[in-house]
Design a protein around this ligand. Structure first.
Ligand code: SF4
Ligand code: ZN
Length: 418
């Protein structure tokens, strides 16, 4: 029954050596995601529900595409196996990024519903097709996770209508996964987990994932890292005994520092889990959001990848990610997941969610339920309406005017720096 794959069945060279290459504008043939929607989801199926190595493209294939096209894409991977558990879905899903990147001339950025894939002209000339994305995932999932799965079926959607429906389904699943850590606290867990998956792009970057601080890519929470360690005990997610608490307010533990120092090869000696101002965590390029200090507003703003407009810190998301995303710790800036914003420890060391003075309207809407809940919890039930967005102001001075007008809590709080 088991398929043993030694080689990936695509018309391109394939291997880790090609992981870091970019597909630049001049070489670009077709792009999925970016300004279009591209979503990926791994879901468990029953053994008799799917057929191994069945790869289907619904919608346009490369023959219907011309140079310069931008398309929507849904990558739906169904996995079955006697040893497979739903807990393993996010771990396999997060591998899609590097597995697709391994193909020469193919670039993959992001995860979940913010993926972005570029196919270069040479790759297309060699015969690379949309279906090969599925082929890579089938072949490599068998190779890397053969001990826990028996069948892999991949459906690729390129019709915007299908991608939209698929994305809605995927978002509901992401939400259910996120909420699995909802009632856990950092205080009650002695073990946190490392994630060093992103070191191939950001060598000094080390995520330490605690129950109340999910990975900044949004794709790995504490539960996921735990499951990943079970599958692969020598892999990128290692248990870390958090050890002595060095600062409960800013969130610093001796055991985590020791691990980070070693895993970053001495580049980063320590960081805080709950601060943007003081020694924040390192940031890599796949963060879902980047928060920035707004000293003139006595608070912080955050921006997510989907929002391409201007922000009150003077930089768009892409600029922020370019400057901060190399794996360093940059006081005043920190990458984080969307879900982290509504976790209780979010920048708790700097005053928490009450410091949030600006975020794009679409992000506010996406997190509405959680922001309302957090607002209640911190005694400002209408906090969501007090948070400024781009429809109200995008320069710091006007944001501050708005905060004063609506009585935003940050206006009355202690200075955020100093
Ligand atoms: Fe892991 Fe962090 Fe990269 Fe997410 S951003 S894959 S948690 S290292
Ligand atoms: Zn990353």
């Amino acid at each position: 029954l088991k398929t043993i794959v030694t080689k990936v069945d695509i018309p391109l060279s394939y291997g880790a050596a090609f992981e870091g290459e970019r597909v630049r504008k001049d070489d670009l043939f077709v792009e999925f995601g970016g300004k279009k929607q591209a979503t990926e989801l791994v879901e468990m199926a029953e053994m008799d529900e799917i057929e191994d190595n069945k790869i289907v493209v619904i919608g346009k294939e490369m023959d219907d595409v011309k140079k310069g096209d931008k398309l929507d894409l849904g990558i739906y991977v169904q996995v079955a196996g006697r040893k497979f558990q739903p807990d393993f879905e996010p771990i396999l899903e997060r591998q899609i990024h590097h597995l697709i990147n391994y193909a020469q001339g193919v670039m993959h950025i992001g995860q979940r519903d913010i993926s972005w894939i570029r196919l270069g002209q040479p790759a297309v000339e060699k015969g690379f097709k949309v279906r090969h994305i599925g082929q890579i995932l089938h072949d490599m999932f068998h190779k890397e996770f053969g001990s826990i799965l028996d069948k892999v079926q991949v459906t690729l959607y390129t019709d915007p209508k299908d991608v939209k429906a698929f994305t809605e389904k995927a978002r509901a699943m992401y939400k259910a996964r996120d909420s699995r850590v909802e009632n856990m606290t950092d205080e009650n867990e002695e073990i946190f987990y490392s994630c060093t998956l992103c070191q191939s792009f950001a060598p000094s970057h080390v995520c330490v994932v605690s129950p109340e601080r999910t990975g900044l890519c949004g794709a790995y929470n504490w539960m996921d890292c735990k499951a990943s360690f079970e599958i692969n005990p020598t892999g990128p997610n290692q248990p870390i005994e958090k050890g002595e608490c060095l600062d409960p307010k800013l969130g610093m533990w001796k055991g985590c520092n020791d691990f980070v120092a070693k895993a970053s090869r001495g580049k980063i000696s320590q960081y805080n889990f709950y601060s943007i101002v003081y020694e924040p965590m390192t940031t890599c390029g796949c963060c879902e959001c980047i928060a920035a200090l707004l000293p003139g507003c006595n608070g912080v703003m955050t921006v997510h990848r989907d929002y391409t407009g201007e922000t009150p810190c003077g930089m768009k998301f892409t600029t922020l990610a370019g400057v901060m995303g190399g794996g360093q710790s940059s006081p005043g800036f920190v990458g984080h997941s969307k879900y982290n914003i509504i976790q209780r420890k979010y920048i708790a060391g700097d005053g928490g969610i009450k410091r949030m003075v600006w975020m794009p309207k679409s992000l506010k809407e996406e997190l509405r339920e959680g922001l309302l809940r957090r607002g209640e919890e911190v005694g400002v039930p209408d906090l969501i309406d007090k948070i400024c967005d781009e429809t109200i102001a995008i320069d710091e001075a006007s944001v501050y005017e708005y905060l004063q007008k609506v009585g935003h809590p940050a206006v009355e709080m202690d200075p955020i720096v100093g």
